[in-house]
Design a protein around this ligand. Structure first.
Ligand SMILES: Cc1cc2nc3c(=O)[nH]c(=O)nc-3n(C[C@H](O)[C@H](O)[C@H](O)COP(=O)(O)OP(=O)(O)OC[C@H]3O[C@@H](n4cnc5c(N)ncnc54)[C@H](O)[C@@H]3O)c2cc1C
Length: 442
């Protein structure tokens, strides 16, 4: 392995691997540095059929479709969302047919081996990489790898963009504090897990379960970090305690036993702002991460890699990204608004933008009334529903920055630095805080 490359890609998830493959195809010398070992567990086991065209475009389809053919087909979703009964949605309705339930570690590994065969240097188990500017390029150091010099840097390190933290030119703006606690289960005897995904909403969040390639079943509880810690001490206690509320998941896991202790992953929606600078760009979840409820993170990672390579060298369009993220939050809210059984529970209140009478609020339909010269002050703690208007980081910034009265434009600057949203949405958020008495005008 040489230590000097055209492009260093940090992270060997689907976004990093697809980007690496596309740059190799252009004749560039590429290294992919992955902190984790080859066989480490990875989340995101259900793949949409829409990934096919992206893999075909890269030239990886022939190799990876063989791998996918050996996995369980994803044919159906059954969900109890807004109702206590499971409703079925067959994937035959999808124009591209069924998807796949994969072992994500194995899928990503097969992808990585293919990328290495194409000519990229792919290094696993190097530990957390740290990139620094060096001359006109970058130097990347890692705990167990040799130092790498590269002209261009791709941050494909996933949610939170940890690999370029220290470049200090951008910040991760989380829109919530969502986490997922998950556990694999294996059959005790001859049991059939039933097909597809089972999704169910509960007071503190939602559960989903999916069969994996090796007859085991993955059960995942998605909630907020503060609500998870409120369930008791330790992951085991928290997982068991949350499962008590999940009727359909418990039924599905009958006849199964846990394979290993529960694992916790962050699953916040968020954006890196900005997502690119001179010589570097973030891709996949590192640029923008969305709720696992969508089940399309791998597809988005491949799309994002294709867009990055197409637009390489062009200035990044940050305003368009903020609009896209604001639109995504609206789409997410439309799903959470469908669940009306737990509206006062913090998890749901934080995701459902509603008025005090429970009617859905849309920031696109109201006029901005707030005067730039209005003098605002933080008056009282925000209710959970305020997080459906502005993210926790923005509320914290207002609380500490508006202890005394300050003009509205100062309040806007505070939330702008803490949220990845278009200004209009931020202004409406401030107005809703005024209406709720969290802010007062003096
Ligand atoms: C609970 C949960 C369930 C999900 N379910 C699905 C699903 O069913 N289907 C779906 O399509 N998506 C799902 N997703 C989303 C999906 O997993 C991600 O969107 C997708 O993996 C993003 O790909 P990526 O390449 O951008 O990032 P990742 O796959 O996260 O890859 C990032 C890589 O970077 C490495 N890394 C991190 N820091 C560093 C560093 N400093 N140096 C070097 N390497 C580093 C990490 O080890 C990792 O391998 C789920 C997500 C969660 C949290």
């Amino acid at each position: 392995m040489t230590s000097s490359y055209d492009v260093a890609v940090l992270g060997a998830g689907p976004a990093g691997l697809a980007t690496a493959a596309a740059f190799v195809a252009q004749g560039r010398r590429v290294v992919v540095l992955e902190r984790g070992d080859r066989d480490v567990f990875r989340v995101g086991e259900t793949l949409s059929p829409e990934i096919g065209p992206y893999l075909q475009q890269l030239g990886a389809w022939e190799t990876l479709s063989g791998h996918l053919d050996a996995c369980s087909p994803f044919t159906v979703s059954r969900s109890a969302w807004g109702t206590s009964e499971l409703e079925e949605r067959p994937s035959i309705l999808h124009p591209l047919g069924s998807g796949w339930h994969v072992d994500r570690a194995r899928f990503d590994l097969a992808f990585a081996d293919w990328v290495a065969e194409r000519g990229a240097a792919v290094c696993f188990g190097v530990g957390n990489c740290v990139a620094e500017r060096a001359g006109t390029g970058f130097q990347v150091r890692s705990r167990r790898g040799v130092p790498i010099a590269a002209s261009a840097l791709i941050d494909a390190s996933g949610r939170g963009a940890p690999a370029t933290d220290h470049l200090q030119s951008s910040t991760w703006r989380a829109h919530d504090r969502q986490v997922a606690i998950l556990r694999r289960f294996r059959p005790r005897g001859a049991v059939n897990p039933g097909p597809g995904i089972v999704l169910e909403s509960v007071t503190g969040g939602f559960w989903y379960s999916a069969p994996l390639a090796d007859e085991s079943v993955l059960a995942v509880y998605v909630t907020d970090s503060d609500l998870l810690t409120g369930l008791g001490r330790g992951k085991e206690t928290r997982f068991r305690s949350a499962l008590k509320d999940a009727h359909h998941t418990t039924v599905r896991l009958g006849g199964y036993e846990p394979v290993e202790p529960p694992l916790v992953f962050r699953s916040d929606s968020g954006c890196l702002v900005p997502s690119a600078g001179v010589g570097w760009t973030a891709v996949g979840d590192a640029a923008m991460a969305t709720d696992p409820l969508g089940g399309n993170g791998v597809l988005r990672a491949l799309e994002s890699a294709a867009a990055l390579v197409r637009g390489w060298g062009q200035p990044s369009e940050e305003d368009a990204r903020l609009r896209k993220f604001s639109d995504y939050l609206d789409l997410r809210a439309s799903y959470y608004l469908l669940e009306t059984r737990f509206v006062n529970a913090p998890f749901w209140a934080r995701r459902r933008p509603t008025a005090p009478d429970g009617a859905p609020l849309s920031w696109k339909e109201v006029e901005v009334q707030l005067r730039p010269t209005a003098s605002l002050r933080w008056a009282k703690d925000a209710p959970p529903s305020a997080e459906a208007w502005l993210p926790p980081g923005a509320l914290a910034a207002l609380k500490s920055g508006l202890k005394g009265p300050a003009p509205a434009h100062r309040a806007l600057a505070l939330v702008r630095d803490a949220a990845a949203l278009v200004d209009r949405r931020l202004l409406i958020g401030l107005e809703w805080l005024l209406a709720a008495g969290v802010l007062v005008e003096e």
